[in-house]
Design a protein around this ligand. Structure first.
Ligand SMILES: Nc1nc2c(ncn2[C@@H]2O[C@H](COP(=O)(O)OP(=O)(O)OP(=O)(O)O)[C@@H](O)[C@H]2O)c(=O)[nH]1
Ligand SMILES: [Mg+2]
Length: 162
């Protein structure tokens, strides 16, 4: 492909690491957050941009809290591909599994990024089983080399079909 733009939307449960992943990929990215008793959470979106080969990849991060479903629907409109970020240090919660099956149903390219692989409890093997039928990448969202290699491989997997 000679060039072009694609919209990639990043989903995942609260605290999975979506904002961190986008911030690492694009340090100039922007996000809208609220301060809560437990820490900061995304209330609207994250927005970043990276170039992969000749392609401009626009990254949109969604809020992870269940009650922001309407925001996720708006951000998801017209997406070319999706990334599901999963905290691999804890067993998958119901919301994550719900997001996964909803994204599989959309029949768009989907990558599952198993995050926090640096934590001792990371349960990669179980999770690779849970998310079979999708492209699965173990990542550490704070580590640029790991997330940028995963995103590049993911985009290369579908770029020719666009
Ligand atoms: N150890 C470790 N911590 C991480 C990693 N990625 C993110 N975190 C931490 O996990 C917490 C949540 O990260 P965020 O990026 O805010 O998660 P989020 O998915 O955007 O959260 P919401 O927007 O609230 O749904 C932060 O304290 C991060 O520093 C990782 O790869 N390893
Ligand atoms: Mg966030």
């Amino acid at each position: 492909m000679a060039g072009g733009k694609i919209k990639v939307v990043v989903f995942g449960a609260y605290n999975a690491g979506k904002s961190t992943l986008i911030q690492t990929l694009d340090p100039a990215s922007r996000h809208v957050e609220a301060h809560t008793g437990e820490g900061d959470t995304t209330v609207a979106l994250d927005y970043g941009r990276v170039d992969i080969h000749a392609l401009q990849v626009y990254l949109f991060g969604t809020p992870g809290q269940d009650r922001f479903e309407f925001v996720r629907q708006i951000i998801a409109r017209g997406m070319d591909a999706a990334i599901l970020v999963v905290d691999s240090s804890v067993p998958p919660d119901e919301f994550t599994l719900h997001l996964f099956s909803a994204l599989v149903d959309q029949k768009i390219p989907l990558a599952v990024m198993l995050n926090k692989c640096d934590l001792p409890g990371a349960r990669r093997r179980d999770l690779e089983d849970t998310f079979k039928n999708a492209l699965v990448f173990p990542v550490c969202a704070q580590d640029r080399a790991s997330v940028s290699a995963a995103l590049t491989k993911f985009v290369e997997s579908f770029i020719r079909d666009l």
